[in-house]
Write a protein of this length. Structure first.
Length: 577
């Protein structure tokens, strides 16, 4: 068999904010129920089907620690079973409703959904034993997938003020991964693809060199992370200092890219390509980056020609007024919701096969062109939100399944996982990456702007307070230790990137502000209680109720927030920049 011309991996990023007992429809725990029903169970069914067929597939799937904690939570599991049963019952009622109305088309569609939800519920309970993390773990143990981790609550790491918070987010996430998957992770998804290199910044009239995020990853033994395309293809050459103040009102201290001069041998002095991995900045030979491949990404995400907008696929936005079922198809460009035509699952299935064949060809074509032009074994990382498949794009899971089936028949393409790309095709160059994210303008604006700038001083103050508490009580035990650990939990939940994102995008602004304020108030009350010499029965009751409500990361250790910032000297004069 001829040697592969290139490698390919799907990187599916699975994340939802902490929503346990925090509301239902339209915002709250039902987010998790929908994702389980429409994405995670169908995806597992597809992968288990392929395994049973003997199809040699590989892919990378990220499960954020906060999502993993919710998928394993007994309360959420019970609530999901009730949710799926209710959805199946709603579809069954629609069968009777449409049958009585003499509408055979919608009756058959309702029957389709009844069977669909019934299969989801049966798979969840019988095929996967109500244990989705265990199902993913089994696939990873068989070498078929790689499960990537992330920061504990998807905190926006570049804008956190204290290195202890970055460490706490990542270390807590890695420990949660070990507890659920029985091994250490090698791949990590930086929340929002937000990256920050080593920087020099002013803090308390002192100069601080804060290490690049790759240093924190190396400390946790993580091998590879993922970035947006422009982060690598527009990477800053090593040795260039970039001064700047982050945010509309200078919310984050003035800082500079840390200078490496002269450039070390083997370092990249020009922009990179998304078809190769690179070692990164402060951790050459330890931590690598894989950038999202733009062309294959556009084929799914593009509003103009992306697959999900095909006219035969199911329309996401129109729902039946009584049952909430989605009985219509996209129909056409610009067709208003009231004019959508009925969905035809058989036509959609045929289009799935056609689109999967096109995508497989596109992958091989791009890898072959790169190989012929450079002689290198290129790699394509196709990064997507997992919830795109099934939830937003109903046919998306079937498309993934057909792409993996098609790639298995293409020996020229090595279908693999993220860490295997680095291990089997290690980088030859080191790239200095700029501050960046997948958000608007490629920077931090989506999370720090006029509408969200009020959040960050509150987060930063809580970060410093957590450091003070960790310093004040280096060896706490009993109730005080439990209170310190819960304070660390509330800080993590406060730092979730979802809250400023939902404010900026107006998707759930009031809900996000309320959740942010709730976690801040809980943190502040715990910190205030810890100032006292003793605790009352009322204090103990408050802590017990809070530990039951906000209960992720049972192995959390408040001492991970011990200060880590290092001072390098006095602030320089104006001539320094």
């Amino acid at each position: 068999m001829a040697a592969p011309i290139g490698a390919f991996t799907f990187m599916l990023h699975s994340h939802l904010p902490y929503a346990r007992q925090a509301g239902m429809w339209p915002h709250g725990e039902e987010w998790v129920h929908e994702a389980i029903a429409e994405t995670y169970v169908p995806l597992l069914n597809a992968l288990y089907d392929l395994r049973e067929e003997g199809i040699p597939f590989r892919l990378t799937i990220g499960i954020t620690p906060v999502l993993g904690e919710q998928l394993a939570d007994p309360l959420i599991i019970d609530h999901f079973v009730a949710y799926a049963a209710e959805r199946a019952a709603n579809a069954a009622q629609d069968v009777d409703r449409f049958d009585q109305a003499g509408d055979e088309t919608f009756r058959d569609l309702a029957r389709f959904y009844h069977h669909w939800y019934a299969r989801v519920l049966t798979s969840f309970q019988d095929r996967f034993g109500r244990n989705l993390l265990g199902a993913f773990r089994a696939l990873q143990d068989d070498g078929l997938i790689e499960v990537a981790t992330s920061a504990a609550t998807h905190g926006y790491l570049p804008l956190l003020a204290r290195d202890s918070s970055i460490h706490g987010q990542l270390h807590t996430g890695v420990e949660a991964y070990r507890r659920h998957f029985g091994r250490s992770p090698q791949a990590v998804w930086l929340p929002e693809c937000a990256y920050r290199p080593a920087i020099i910044e002013e803090d308390d009239d002192q100069i601080i060199r804060r290490p690049g995020l790759e240093s924190f990853l190396a400390e946790e033994g993580l091998l590879v992370f993922f970035s947006e395309t422009h982060t690598v293809e527009g990477g800053q050459p090593v040795g260039v200092a970039v001064p700047g103040t982050i945010g509309p009102y200078g919310m984050v201290a003035r800082r500079y890219a840390s200078v490496v001069s002269p450039p070390e041998p083997g370092r990249q002095l020009a922009p990179g390509t998304s078809l190769l991995p690179y070692w990164v900045g402060d951790a050459p030979g330890q931590v690598a980056v894989l950038a999202r491949h733009e062309r294959t990404g556009q084929q799914v995400w593009s509003a103009a020609f992306g697959y999900p907008g095909d006219f035969v696929y199911r329309e996401f936005h129109r729902k039946d007024a009584e049952s909430g079922m989605q009985y219509w198809r996209v129909t056409g460009a610009g067709v208003d919701l009231g004019s959508k035509e009925p969905y035809d699952p058989n036509r959609a299935a045929n289009q799935v096969r056609s689109h999967a064949e096109h995508y497989v060809h596109l992958i091989e074509e791009n890898l072959r062109e790169f190989h012929e032009r450079t002689g290198d074994i290129g790699s394509i990382t196709a990064s997507y939100d997992t919830e795109l498949f099934g939830h937003w794009w109903f046919e998306g899971v079937d498309w993934l399944k057909e792409v993996l089936r098609g790639l298995a028949a293409r020996p020229a393409v090595e279908v693999t996982t993220a860490s295997r790309i680095i291990e089997e095709h290690p980088p030859h160059e080191v790239l200095s990456l700029p501050e960046s994210s997948w958000g608007a303008g490629g920077g931090h604006f989506t999370w720090l702007n006029d509408d969200t700038e009020w959040m960050w001083p509150l987060i930063h103050a809580a970060e410093r307070r957590m450091e003070e508490l960790a310093n004040q009580f280096p060896d706490a035990d009993g109730l005080r230790r439990d209170m310190l650990n819960q304070a660390a939990r509330e800080l993590l939940l406060l730092q979730s990137s979802d809250w400023p994102f939902l404010v900026t995008t107006l998707q759930a602004k009031e809900y996000a502000v309320e959740r942010f304020q709730d976690h801040l108030d809980r943190f502040d009350r715990l910190a205030s209680l810890l100032d006292g010499d003793s605790f009352t029965a009322e204090d103990e009751e408050y802590l017990a109720a809070l530990c039951e409500r906000d209960n992720p990361f049972p192995m959390i250790d408040y001492r991970d927030w011990t200060p880590r910032q290092g001072y390098a000297g006095a602030v320089p004069g104006p001539s320094a920049g």
